[in-house]
Design a protein around this ligand. Structure first.
Ligand code: 2PG
Length: 326
């Protein structure tokens, strides 16, 4: 049987069938899957909320373009993972792969309610379980009712063996791309140490420098600057093109990888970023339009009084979702 996505595959992709053309490099990989899933995420206008009744001709792939299309407007949701077991214990975590506490699970569910009416076409998470759990829990609350599916490209087999053979199922899915580049800053020899005890040992000021300065790395770890080299480069290479092509993207990552991305989005200086703190499980919304990012703060839940929608097109999306809900 032929994979459902095959039908939607753009012809320009080396002119090869989907399995044979599956790219090995991460650059091509994201482009590849974004095209593959473009079948069900044609635009940010939620034209396919009724995907099951959409005609196949409506689901042509969205070509990725690196040049800006002034008519596109897309939503970018950034979220730091919910509380992890090491957040709870006040330990430096960095790249250690620690899961969420129950409180972290609840934070993620609450975050999901708050963004439940903002369309999501693609999800990027770090390679760490706390960010992935957060993304998945968020999507359990989403009014789109699409199912987030992690895309695996570890080997040729994993790409082939995770193929989906139903176009209908593909339309009801959201691709989740995991990337180590979005991981938390590597905290070196501080990983696993208690933050309070470390401050008592090395002095509050030194530890604050390690934790919040832009360019002073913790012992054998990454400074925020070093972390930003990989996180912001990844954002520019893989996430920004999706926004440019009109897709709504959620990024579930970490305090410092997101601080570096926000520094880029908001053009913060290395002094300004020192005081940028992100709470666990609080979604932040940006609207990408005309090549610029506009911060829209943290969305309130659909039942709370507050901004109904943040742009005209998001208001249309939300009305459609309201009409769909029982
Ligand atoms: O321990 C860590 O990995 C990070 C995030 O929890 O800590 P900090 O806030 O000190 O950068």
């Amino acid at each position: 049987m032929m994979a459902a996505t095959f039908k939607c595959q753009p012809t320009g992709l080396h002119g090869l069938p989907i399995d044979a053309s599956a790219p090995r490099s991460s650059t091509n990989f994201v482009r590849f899957f974004s095209m593959r899933f473009a079948c069900n995420t044609r635009s940010n206008k939620l034209r396919h909320v009724h995907a099951s009744i959409s005609h196949a001709s409506l689901v042509d792939p969205t070509p990725l373009s690196t040049s800006h299309d002034s008519s596109t407007e897309s939503a970018l949701i950034l979220i730091r993972h919910g509380e992890s077991f090491w957040n709870e214990k006040n330990l430096f975590t960095g790249c250690c792969d620690v899961p969420l506490t129950m409180r972290g699970v609840e934070e993620a569910i609450e975050a999901g309610k708050r963004i439940s009416y903002i369309p999501v076409d693609m999800i990027f998470t770090s390679a760490l379980i706390r960010a992935q759990m957060t993304a998945m829990l968020i999507m359990t609350q989403h009014l789109q009712k699409k199912i987030p599916i992690i895309i695996h490209n570890e080997s040729e087999e994993s790409t082939t063996w995770t193929q989906v053979y139903s176009e209908k199922t593909t339309k009801q899915s959201i691709p989740v791309i995991t990337a180590w580049e979005l991981n938390e800053r590597m905290y070196g020899e501080l990983q696993g140490l208690n933050k309070q005890e470390t401050a008592e040992r090395y002095g509050k000021e030194k530890v604050h420098q390690w934790r919040r300065s832009f360019d002073i790395p913790p012992p054998k770890g990454e400074s925020l600057e070093m972390c930003s080299h990989r996180a912001v480069a990844y954002f520019k290479d893989f996430i920004e093109p999706q926004l440019k092509s009109g897709k709504n993207v959620m990024v579930a990552a970490h305090g410092n990888s997101l601080r570096s991305i926000i520094m880029y989005l908001e053009r913060l200086t290395s002094q300004e970023v020192v005081s940028l703190e992100l709470s666990t499980g609080v979604p932040l919304l940006y609207i990408y339009t005309e090549g610029k990012y506009m911060s829209r703060g943290s969305p309130v839940g659909p039942t709370e009084a507050g901004v109904y929608a943040y742009t005209q097109s998001l208001a249309v999306d939300r009305r459609q979702l309201d009409e769909m809900s029982p």
